[in-house]
Design a protein around this ligand. Structure first.
Ligand SMILES: Cc1cc2nc3c(=O)[nH]c(=O)nc-3n(C[C@H](O)[C@H](O)[C@H](O)COP(=O)(O)OP(=O)(O)OC[C@H]3O[C@@H](n4cnc5c(N)ncnc54)[C@H](O)[C@@H]3O)c2cc1C
Ligand code: FES
Length: 412
């Protein structure tokens, strides 16, 4: 299977040299300055932390999907401000095991300007046989309290200004969730911005947010375009009936999207669709820097979720590697047996149970930290962009030490 970041499967990463670090810092400072001058908002980078929130509303979206709204009290407003496109992790105890899953925020960020309190909403689609989504669809009710992590993620707009901007989203199934927030935000923030959405589902009854999309169309008839593609139902336009393969995608782009007019692209859906869109867009000359994408799973069927924090037996005579880390300004250290081949996250959780993570599968980016010293091998990476790798960031759930001493910093 092709990898979203090319053919690479293993990353051998050394801590950046002081010169590389200085260059990266300069680059980030320039980017920040640029974003401030240009008026763009940088994604809030805060320490991911769980807070218990109350479910305010549960709304059915389809037979297999719900929207869950949580009340955010004023004293937590700063922990839950977010940018359209970001996601939260939910945590629940199911059959005696802690289960964490990520869900994208589906409403544009709008805290109460006076009280600062507000609400956040996620949409959860049932994954057949899935533990968390099955539980959430049958058991979550208004008044329930559940742990929600502060919003994370970089699937956000990098445009400095939205005036005259044309933004395009291509989504499949539950991949619509972050695009609902992005579309509403892009359209509300400027009178001259446009949003085009291509949304594919099996059947009309599977379409999440059908009414909300129609409302958006009513509100912005000239600036919002939505094209539903159904794979198992016939639509009047043949172009919009059937699976999106390369030919259909090119047809849709040429006839309905007009790539030359587009400033930014957002792709969210299964691995294969995202990969097809990225390849096709690159082939027609779209700059990869203008294409943002998010995967909800690695797309590898039947892959077990690795158990983060699994116990490791430390024998006295066995060679070990030492992992040092900083989290919330406090340093920690833990030894890991060379033979165990465990991840930095797994080892660190043995001594600090609050080390941040959500998917433990290299997809969500919650466990990101900066490699300060030593070297690691990273097995999967579906979350970090090349510029983050260049600046020394690693996914600690996927990183295994290859030097005797490794130092990472979760705070930067
Ligand atoms: C950044 C991010 C944002 C996300 N946003 C959303 C969102 O907005 N909405 C949304 O609905 N989802 C979203 N997801 C996906 C979500 O986090 C969950 O992965 C999804 O809900 C499935 O979780 P689950 O516990 O129900 O399924 P799991 O129990 O994790 O199972 C997943 C699938 O694997 C199968 N499976 C599990 N174990 C095995 C096995 N041993 N052998 C064979 N098959 C197996 C299950 O049948 C199921 O189909 C997002 C994910 C990420 C990373
Ligand atoms: S915890 Fe999701 S990428 Fe590591």
């Amino acid at each position: 299977m092709a990898h979203p970041f090319g053919s690479q499967r293993l990353w051998h990463l050394d801590a950046p040299s002081p010169a590389a670090e200085a260059a990266a810092t300069e680059q980030v400072a320039a980017a920040l300055l640029n974003s401030v001058v240009g008026g763009a908002s940088a994604a809030p980078r805060r320490r991911p932390r769980f807070h218990t929130l109350t479910v305010q509303d549960v709304r059915p979206l389809t037979d297999d999907a719900i929207e869950v709204t949580f009340a955010v009290p004023a004293d937590l407003a700063g922990e839950f401000d977010y940018l359209a496109g970001q996601h939260v992790a939910l945590r629940a105890e199911l059959d005696g095991h802690e289960v964490r899953r990520s869900y994208s925020l589906c409403r544009p960020p709008e805290p109460d300007p006076v009280t600062g309190s507000g609400r956040i909403s996620v949409a959860i689609k049932r994954d057949r046989g899935g533990r968390f989504s099955t539980w959430a669809l049958s058991e979550l009710h208004p008044g329930d309290r559940i742990d929600v992590m502060s919003p994370q993620g970089t699937f956000t707009s990098a445009l400095a200004a939205l005036d005259e901007a044309h933004v395009v989203g291509i989504a499949a199934g539950s991949g619509i969730t972050p695009l609902m927030a992005l579309a509403a935000t892009v359209l509300a923030r400027s009178d001259s911005s446009r949003f085009t959405l291509v949304y594919t589902n099996r059947r009309a009854t599977d379409v999440m947010f059908l009414d909300d999309l129609a409302d958006l169309k009513d509100r912005y008839p000239a600036r919002f375009a939505v094209h539903h593609v159904l794979t198992r139902e016939q639509r009047s336009a043949p172009l919009l009936s059937g699976r999106i393969d390369e030919e259909r995608l090119r047809g849709i782009l040429d006839a309905l999207v007009l790539p030359a007019t587009v400033d930014e692209w957002f792709l969210c859906g299964p691995f294969d669709l995202v990969q097809l869109c990225r390849d096709t867009l690159a082939d027609i000359g779209v700059e990869p820097a203008h294409v943002r994408y998010e995967l909800f799973t690695t797309g590898e069927p039947g892959q077990e979720r690795p158990e983060a924090g699994r116990p490791i037996e430390l024998r006295e005579d066995e060679p070990v590697r030492t992992i040092e880390f900083t989290l919330d300004g406090q340093s920690g250290s833990v030894d890991t047996p060379v033979s165990a081949g465990e991840s930095i996250l797994n080892a660190a959780l043995r001594v600090r149970p609050d080390v941040p993570f959500a998917c433990a599968g290299g997809v969500c980016g919650t466990c990101r930290a900066r490699l300060v010293d030593g070297s690691v091998t990273m097995t999967e990476n579906y979350a970090l962009e090349q510029d983050e790798l260049d600046r020394g960031y690693v996914l600690t759930c996927q990183s295994h030490p290859t030097s005797d001493r490794v130092v990472v910093d979760y705070d930067v």
